[in-house]
Design a protein around this ligand. Sequence first.
Ligand code: HEC
Ligand code: HEC
Length: 349
Amino acid sequence: MKRQIFLILSLLAPLIFFSHGLWADDWGDDSSSGAPAYPYPVPLGLKKPKVPQNNPITKEKVDLGRYLYFDKRLSRNNTISCATCHDPAKGWTDQSPVSTGINGLKGTRSAPPVFNATYNELQFWDGRALSLEEQAKGPIQNPVEMGFSLKGVEQKIGRIKGYQKMFKKAFGPGPITAERIVEAIASFERTILSGDSNYDRFIAGNKKALSLSAQRGMNLFFGRAHCDDCHTGPNFSDSRFHNLGVGMNAKHPDLGRYLITKKDKDKGSFKTPGLRGLLYTHPYMHDGSEKTLEAVVDFYNKGGNLNPYLDKKIHPLGLNSQQKKDLVAFLKSLNGKPVRVNIPNKFPR
Ligand code: HEC
Ligand code: HEC
């Protein structure tokens, strides 16, 4: 009898596991497309990250990428790492309106979180990078970020014996190239995922996971306030560009997507950010101009900032103070468990 129960259980186990996989598929997993597999568990509510054909994800690459991500030697004077501006202890951002890079130089935009960046169809606020690999080349060469060059980083990292071993393990024979450096970092980033929030648990059937206020906020978000016109899908972003008028009243506004496409309609439009982990990613918007979620909701409630390029979907919402509170409660319910990572305390020598 005992044996039979054991047998039934062991038959059921893969089924349970599999059905969870199916649930994830509802979000549109495309692992049938022949793309390399994603071998890590995915938090509740998210879909499996897409892995590019030319950069399959392996444990060795992810581990190497983790070291590179935290290594300040990727900057010209060994003072700045990716984690300086995308710090796990600060919600994977720097919690500043704009970032401070090499020699105290300041940029012009707010650092987005790195978790769930794998779900962005395009990277950066203006979408100028097509992949995480391409994105990672940006900060290394940016004069106000890491202030280095691809050649420089190749040579400096290439001389480090410990890294030579790790690159060999991850990529096989051949020199340490900038291409391989960014492939390892991108692989690491694909494992940094924020899901499993109260909202995800609610959707998965735990009706106690959301307060009544957050439930009312959810109905506003998907209903009357139509936030999901743009904040859609498992990471709450359509990966498209919209003008909300943020920063448009500045003397020389940041024109966002227009700087890439040179199309008039793109003036002052920025990529819709995901909405997970918001408790720690303040201040908000591309210029960090909104300090709190309450302020963000007020901004939407008044219909954004009027300007000639304002997105047609943005208009006054007429929410009362309870409804605004409810919407904020819902936004907070999208915060998952902190995304943990093993931060290296010693680096390859
Ligand atoms: C000096 C601060 C700084 C450093 C160092 C830095 N970043 Fe960033 N990062 C930013 C800022 C600011 C942006 C947004 C810039 C923009 O959109 O024009 C950004 C954007 C990104 C994005 C795009 C996210 C999105 O939602 O579009 C990713 C991914 C990213 N950084 C990863 C990295 C990696 C990997 C490194 C190290 C190789 C790194 N960053 C180094 C400040 C920094
Ligand atoms: C027309 C598309 C659109 C609609 C509708 C929309 N958003 Fe946004 N949202 C964006 C864009 C684009 C940004 C970034 C704007 C910028 O920085 O210039 C943004 C930024 C945000 C941010 C800041 C996130 C961060 O990390 O900086 C929050 C929070 C937010 N939206 C919540 C909402 C809520 C709540 C609603 C509904 C009331 C809503 N959005 C409706 C497109 C939209």
